[in-house]
Design a protein around this ligand. Sequence first.
Ligand SMILES: Nc1nc2c(ncn2[C@@H]2O[C@H](COP(=O)(O)OP(=O)(O)OP(=O)(O)O)[C@@H](O)[C@H]2O)c(=O)[nH]1
Ligand SMILES: [Mg+2]
Length: 318
Amino acid sequence: MSEEINSEVARNSEENRVHIKCGFVALVGRPSVGKSTLLNKMCGEKVAIVSKVPQTTRNAIRGIVNREQGQLIFVDTPGRHNSQKKFNKKLMEVSLRAVEECDIVLYVLDACRAPGDEEEETASLLVPLAEKTLAAVNKMDAPGADYKRTEEFISKNFPAFASSSAGGRILAVSANTGQGVEELLCALFDMAPEGDSLYGGEYYTDQETGFRIAEIIREQAINRLRQELPHSLYVDIADMEFKEKETKLWVRAFIVVERESQKGMVVGKGGEMIKTIRLAALKELKLIFDWKIDLDLRVKTGKDWRHNDHTLRKIIDR
Ligand SMILES: Nc1nc2c(ncn2[C@@H]2O[C@H](COP(=O)(O)OP(=O)(O)OP(=O)(O)O)[C@@H](O)[C@H]2O)c(=O)[nH]1
Ligand SMILES: [Mg+2]
């Protein structure tokens, strides 16, 4: 009798158990569809930098969302773009690795752009992974948004989404306004596997301080520079020291350009440009970190760094 009661108790407690989820979600899509903006919206914090310039993201950036249901670990990736250039191939390796390693693929599309060849290629890469894929049609707030066109494209490429069990795998969102983002998070938690959280509840990213500072400087630089410059630069943190007494972090960073001739454009007339970048970066960093930051920002040349395996490994394979 007592055995029966025990097994009944065990069954009830199993039924009542809250199934805690924990899953890795890779954000995949073409450049500039809004993957990083969406990541920031979902995390409620600025985790990844954003710009109008395609191929802003260069690394697998992790953002963490903690909810009652459990934990989602997002991996933002560089936009998928075809090119045989060494630099671009390296970015695509980052994206591919994230797709292979994740539990869920969040395929982000831009409602304002007609799907062309590049979108077809991105979709064909993800079709074999349809089981673990969810599509988000972003920029629904924009005047040119055409949900129907994008939805038709997804349905054509992912016939599996039409089956009832996979219903609701296409969501309309706006990373800018937050429209549909809550529904998206619920759908992702539904798909996530059960498991214990990997990070403590206070974490929203696992990025190191130096990397975050370098990224914010890069964001402020690429949002102000033109032509080939946004793609021609990276930020190197040369030195960092925390001054306990003043609760201040001292940082020396370099904006590294490919050619000597580009240095002048980053410095600007009378040093105006680098000064603006520095002040704008400090303003952003103030929103992220509790302590003060003392930033010594300079420019230097790393000749043809985009063709240098050593540098690419240093800044992309992190
Ligand atoms: N109107 C509108 N613009 C958006 C939305 N989401 C992103 N954007 C804009 O689209 C541009 C690109 O955004 P990102 O988040 O950097 O795009 P990404 O997909 O991460 O780009 P890469 O890192 O280059 O692959 C930026 O100018 C954003 O402000 C949205 O929901 N609505
Ligand atoms: Mg990005």
